[in-house]
Design a protein around this ligand. Structure first.
Ligand SMILES: [Zn+2]
Length: 380
């Protein structure tokens, strides 16, 4: 069985000339047409992928030229809706969950110091700490930060129930216990992983944080440095930010300019072994798109197709091991905000494709996996 393919437009000029919304449908339609779902069988209904989105993820009072593109969260939701509306095959592929509240402070404080949480939420963080974060403080920023963390937590919960769920935000992996950094304030991945482990009734004993953003997940690595229940993996560009790296359980630092083939080979070589060794009860997957060749802060050279292949491979590998996955969008930086939102929609397209392939609800945590490492190799 071959992987579904994204078919890029003929030239970069054509890509530029068309809107992201125009481009979006053909990619997935080509992908869906070009391969046969293995499971569920023909005619069986494919359950929609839960998508976490809140209107408070973004707000309008934002400098358009700021490197951190605040509009991308609404933008990716728009892309998802356009895909669903314009392509019959994608109708009902996603189930949007929007009616949630900001995460409760006590869960944030399981990871971050209460002094830091209080200072950020009350607007009393000193200017040096704010400069390190790099985002202008406002009440709306506080709200969006807490909403985004809740979105990731709910995505994890829905993934446990339904096998797969995707947040339209999240991936704030540079946040340490007592300070923020690199556009990230509270670490949604860490807060979610800690909550999963703390909540015994969920039966989650081992979490894998798979961070494929172009930047190392330094905050996450530091937070869980001493905690075996959370296994941290970061595959990133070695020469990129953060310049002082932390130690994840597994770090792969790639050279500048790494392109699709080498990148995908690295992921495919590592991931099945990681899943087999770590045996996670849930994977938190940071699908950062700053690995893209046009990203203004990335130094790698992936194409849209390469990102789709990466995301689809990850989701399908997890499905093959019977492990639920919650995805977050992670980093992505481009002056063209629509193209950026389109790029972030790729993981949702991969999720729809993986769901059609058979990312069904997983067995209860601890139950024997019914598929093996070899299945992933065979399937790929
Ligand atoms: Zn990044």
């Amino acid at each position: 069985m071959s992987l579904p393919r994204l078919h890029a437009a003929a030239s970069e000029e054509q890509v530029r000339a068309r809107t992201a919304a125009d481009l979006a449908p053909s990619y997935l339609v080509q992908a869906l047409l070009s391969w046969t779902p293995r499971k569920p069988g023909p005619g069986a209904a494919v359950p929609p992928v839960p998508v976490l989105f809140h209107t408070g993820y973004g707000y309008e009072e934002w400098e358009y030229t700021h490197r951190f593109v605040m509009s991308k969260f609404h933008g990716v939701m728009k892309q998802i809706r356009t895909l669903e509306a314009s392509r019959p095959r994608l109708r009902d592929s996603f189930r949007v969950v929007s009616d949630f509240e900001p995460i409760v402070r006590s869960l944030v404080e399981r990871v971050h110091s209460s002094e830091y949480v209080e200072a950020f939420c009350s607007g009393t963080l000193d200017s040096k700490a704010l400069r390190k974060i790099g985002l202008p403080w406002s009440q709306k920023l506080v709200r969006r930060t807490l909403l985004e963390c809740e979105g990731t937590r709910l995505a994890a919960l829905l993934a446990l129930q339904e096998g797969l769920a995707c947040n339209t935000g999240g991936g704030t992996h540079h946040a340490f216990a007592s300070h923020g950094s690199g556009f990230t304030i509270f670490n949604d991945l860490a807060i979610t992983a800690q909550w999963l482990i703390d909540t015994e009734a969920l039966g989650v004993k081992q979490v894998l944080i798979l961070d494929l953003d172009v930047h190392q997940g330094d905050g996450t690595a530091a937070i869980f440095a001493e905690q075996r229940e959370v296994y941290t993996v970061s595959i990133h560009c070695e020469s990129n930010f953060p310049f002082q790296k932390q130690v994840s359980d597994l770090d792969i630092g790639l050279p500048d300019g790494t392109a699709d083939k080498e990148y995908l080979q690295e992921v495919a070589r590592r991931l099945p072994r990681i899943l087999e060794d770590v045996r996670p009860d849930l994977v938190l997957y940071d699908a950062g798109v700053d690995v893209h060749q046009e990203d203004v802060l990335g130094k790698l050279a992936l194409t849209d197709q390469g990102i789709f292949d990466r995301d689809y491979y990850v989701l399908r590998a997890c499905a093959a091991f019977g492990v639920p996955v919650a995805t977050v969008v992670g980093g992505g930086y481009d002056k063209n905000h629509e193209l950026l939102a389109w790029r972030h929609s790729i993981v949702f397209q991969a999720a729809a494709a993986a769901r059609a392939w058979g990312h069904t609800p997983p067995p209860p945590p601890g139950a024997p996996r019914d598929r093996s490492h070899q299945d992933v190799q065979d399937a790929g």
